[in-house]
Design a binder for this molecule. Sequence first.
Ligand SMILES: Cc1ncc(COP(=O)(O)O)c(C=O)c1O
Length: 382
Amino acid sequence: MSNSFDQIISRKNTQSIRWDKYPADVIPLWVADMDFICPQFILDGLQKRLQHGILGYTYASETFKQKIVDYIDRQYGCLIEKEWITFLPSVVSGLHLAAQHLLGSSDHALVPSPAYHHFYDSVNQAGKQFSEFHMTLKDGRWVFSIDELEALVKPNTRLLMLCNPHNPGGTVFRKEELIELSDFCLKHQIILCTDEIHADLILDEGLRHTPLVGLNHLITENSFSLMSLNKVFNFPGIGLAWMVTKNVEIRRKMTAQIHASVPEPNLFAYLATELAMTPDSPSSDWYKELIIYLRHNRDLVEERIKTIPQLSMAHLESTYLAWIDASQLQLTDPQEYFLKAGVALSPGTQFRAPQFLRLNFGVPKTILSQALDRIEKACQLI
Ligand SMILES: Cc1ncc(COP(=O)(O)O)c(C=O)c1O
């Protein structure tokens, strides 16, 4: 491998949320960013721009928008139009805008459980009602059930949120599953929203991401997707996201008051994303090597967890976020227990699954192995 993902680089005192929260002897495997340097090609481009020295207001050029159109075509094989794109500084802001502006005051939403906490926070903070639909294990994958959705839907249900690939749990939803879900949404006139930030982190060979815009004509009229390269190229600290929707009314509602709550993306965010999208750039080698590295780390986590009798996890199809069932430990606070053993994991409570833990393996192998040793030892003490 030409890019050394094995290299250990200290992130202490770099204003890293992940590394600065806990004492130095704790291995922090919680928040979802990776301990890998961005592709050199992107860093060089950012440095060149910085050297210009004037960092004024910026905008998304037509060339950049076209690069997104080409990227979506290249990566997922679907054609969108430049006009369908709206830029945002983050995916989270898109979730919040949706809850605020696509739901009326008495409308209701359907939100997956477990899910990334902003799914609930967005609807809760907007003061709207929601019901949780559950991801349950079926043939080793965390999936939703249309029967449960049919039982939960109300006459005032207007929005359904899905994370594809799913965080936590890593499910890469198959085209047939998404078609079923979109048929459900069309039948009940519900807007379907997908958070696709983990789209390019598919670890299983042979699986492919299906964006909503690649499904069919009808659902593209009644849905929107939130996309970003923040996760995959590891620059969430200068983040950029975009919403894709063919539906003019969704675009209008989401953006009518956008400046009241959401700032413009920053100069470096546009530039980093544009550089990452350049076809055949050295970033594509970095990307291929990243996926291989993460796949090995994923395999290591799965093998080690299998040997610990009180822990289990389903096979992870995507993401660098292992979703571990710690219920057999019968602890009131599993996160606290492992923190005392020197590993900071994301608590399942954050995703509404208190007996689970999320482990970020986007780190050099030696760090991961050390953390897994500590986890194993801590389990042996119970
Ligand atoms: C599913 C999901 N959506 C959104 C985000 C955050 O994205 P952003 O930084 O663009 O708001 C994360 C970060 O972990 C995530 O896992």
